[in-house]
Design a protein around this ligand. Structure first.
Ligand code: LLP
Length: 432
């Protein structure tokens, strides 16, 4: 019934997360409230790490894609599990460094890294910069020459693979703003050019084919395509790139309709496909990197809300208004994402109602979901929306000047605040 092992129901018929009663958490910390189970985050990190050891002889590194949920405590936890982090802006880089993540375990992304961000990344000593376009490569080279440094880079490649997911989060196809196309020769050209630059260390290739993918085949194909590129460059120039980063994208369970694959299976499948491809093409097995975001934090998190108004529109639908919405979870308004919701104070009851959960912003599209099956809902109930750990807090906004919720972490029946609730004072802090 539940999308995560972190969730359960106690003797009061209340939802629990990480051994804590969700209704009590709502009372203690207020709503809306992000709740994330630390144990679940750590378990997911270990699954990936163990799989690299088991299926790939430890010859790799897992980077947590911090865009999924970026705050100090999450990065400290991920770092303590031995993972690196993928950062995509100066702000994410700053947060990771402040959390104590070693710079060499950071991978800097972005399709338009600013000059200042590149200087910041290079001066901080980030291990790898994933190059998106030619002007950026030349800028990195110029900064490094000026500072007497050498920077390892990977090249973001569009492998031309069609992964079945929402078109807004599909990235591997030729018509994408990210990276270098293979079909046009652009990918080969940039690598040949990089090999002529004295301040650039050509580490290898990167791709990210999309997000919330429930299949193994696109990942196998991507690994084989990148191995082909490494072999092509070796044949042309004699230089053999040693590293391959396969991005993130592994799907998780939002509702019972999702049938996710165990995360370690991705590494097993990619490992097998890569071994075969490298043997066939006569190249060494590369150091392999992965960048899971959603699958590290997604199912570890829930959001708690309090029900305000309920509106029955006969023959149309039943609206249940909550004290949050698109400001803390914009995924319905962006992607019409589907979530599972529970009345946390009646968690074990049958889902006899069908309601449209509406947020409090001045937008008709501000919904958590339409016609969602749920227990009988009354004003004052605590509603829990599941699988909100990824891309909720990190994509939140202050639209309508709504302060962002607090975030609490749970662990073995204990809870603690990891991000404070914003205040009205916070909202005007930068106003002159
Ligand atoms: N690596 C790169 C280069 C990426 O662009 C992404 C996600 C990841 C790794 C992590 O992917 P994950 O394992 O989390 O699927 N806001 C959207 C998701 C956008 C993903 C963007 N890139 C959503 O809410 O579904």
């Amino acid at each position: 019934m539940f999308v995560s092992e972190a969730l359960n129901i106690n003797e009061k018929n209340h939802l629990t997360i990480g051994g804590c009663d969700a209704v009590e958490l709502a009372k203690q910390y207020g709503t809306p409230l992000y709740v994330v189970d630390e144990t679940a985050v750590r378990r997911h990190c270990r699954t990936y790490k163990d799989a690299i050891d088991k299926f790939y002889g430890g010859n790799g590194l897992v980077f947590y894609a911090s865009k999924a949920m970026c705050n100090l405590e999450t990065l400290r936890i991920v770092c303590s599990e031995g993972l690196g982090a993928d950062v995509v802006s100066g702000g994410e880089l700053y947060t990771a460094l402040k959390a104590g993540m070693p710079a060499e375990k950071l991978c800097m992304h972005g399709n338009n890294k600013t000059y200042e961000e590149l200087v910041y990344a290079i001066e901080s000593g980030v291990g790898r910069i994933v190059v998106d376009n030619k002007p950026e490569l030349d800028t990195i080279d110029a900064i490094c020459r000026e500072k007497g440094k050498k920077q390892k880079v990977l090249f973001r490649i569009k492998p031309g693979i069609d992964a079945h997911t929402h078109s807004f989060i599909m990235t591997g196809q030729i018509d994408s703003k990210f990276g270098f196309a293979l079909e046009t020769g652009e990918a080969h050209d940039i690598i040949r050019h990089a090999l002529t630059l004295s301040s650039i260390e050509v580490g290898g290739v990167h791709c990210h084919i999309g997000s919330q993918i429930h299949e193994l085949e696109p990942f196998r194909q991507a690994a084989v395509v990148l191995a082909g590129l490494i072999a092509d460059i070796k044949a042309e120039t004699g230089y053999e790139m040693k590293e391959m980063n396969l991005g993130g994208g592994y799907g998780v369970m939002y509702t019972e309709d999702d049938d996710p694959i165990e995360f370690d299976k991705y590494i097993e499948a990619v490992g097998e496909a890569l071994r075969a491809a490298c043997d066939e093409k006569g190249i060494a097995l590369p150091f392999v990197m992965m960048e899971p975001g959603r699958s590290i934090v997604g199912t570890a998190g829930i959001t708690l809300y309090t029900v305000g108004g309920i509106k029955d529109i006969p023959g149309v639908r039943r609206y249940v208004s909550i004290d949050g919405g698109m400001c803390d979870n914009p995924r319905y308004i962006l992607y019409e994402s589907v979530y599972k919701a529970l009345v946390a104070n009646k968690a074990g009851d049958a889902a006899v109602d069908k309601v449209t959960i509406a947020g409090k912003c001045c937008e008709s599209g501000d919904l958590i979901g339409k016609d969602m099956p749920i227990q009988s809902v009354e004003v004052g109930d605590t509603v829990a929306v599941l699988t909100t750990g990824a891309y909720n807090y990190s994509m939140s906004s202050n639209y309508n000047r709504i302060p962002r919720p607090a975030m609490v972490m749970t662990k073995d029946g204990e809870s603690r605040i990891v991000v404070k609730r914003e205040t009205y004072e916070d909202l005007i802090r930068n106003d002159i």
